[in-house]
Write a protein that binds this ligand. Structure first.
Ligand SMILES: [Zn+2]
Length: 204
């Protein structure tokens, strides 16, 4: 199958995603023939990017970047927390699907971050494992003296920036691909009101 993404580098893929996000912001979604696409994709997938994003129902990467079937390899966990299986899913996209770009896409008003900031001790069951992963960023954010919504967004950005280091340091596969220039990484935040995705960090 001809892969339109194979020749693109990470920066070019990001530019495609941002162009899609602009369409999303304006409500000008690209029309696609999903029946044809579905049939074509039976032969295999060659997504243009891997995306780590939140499970929040308001932030699906495919819609926000106006992409379609086969375009994005998406891992969603509440608060974008990483553990071995979610990390392994991203590694699969890098090592076997050869995506040139990994996007870490957080969002405003994240419930998981809010929980870590406001009531870290009250979470039951396995929810506390999510909150515990965000707790270091929440603790660091409190040092700024910010409160309320500002504190939540500070913690959110600190958590997102920390994810870049975690991906580099805890995944040999992702770290090596970044070091060798086979992979680019973007850390970004989705703004609920405007619909825009704002880049915080990139490797290009
Ligand atoms: Zn969230």
């Amino acid at each position: 199958m001809a892969n339109p993404h194979q020749e693109l580098n990470g920066k070019q893929v990001w530019q495609r995603l941002i162009a899609g996000n602009m369409r999303f912001v304006q409500g000008l979604f690209q029309g696609r023939n999903l029946l044809d696409l579905r049939r074509t994709l039976i032969r295999g997938q060659q997504p243009e990017a891997a995306v780590l994003c939140c499970s929040d129902s308001r932030v699906p990467a495919e819609i926000i970047f106006d992409q379609s079937l086969g375009d994005l390899f998406v891992v969603r966990t509440a608060g974008l927390v990483l553990e071995p299986t979610s990390m392994g899913s991203l590694e699969y996209a890098v090592a076997h699907l050869h995506v040139p770009l990994l996007v870490v896409k957080g969002h405003e008003c994240c419930g998981a971050v809010t929980a870590a900031v406001t009531h870290p001790e009250n979470d039951e069951g396995h929810i506390k494992a999510i909150v515990a992963k965000i707790a270091p960023a929440a603790a660091q954010a409190r040092l700024t003296g910010k409160t309320g919504r500002d504190l939540v967004e500070e913690a959110s950005e600190l958590h997102l920036r920390a994810l870049e280091k975690i991906l580099r340091q805890e995944s040999k596969i992702i770290g090596a691909a970044l070091d060798q220039g086979r992979l680019d990484l973007v850390v970004a935040k989705y703004l609920l009101q405007s619909g825009r995705v704002e880049m915080l960090v990139s490797t290009f």
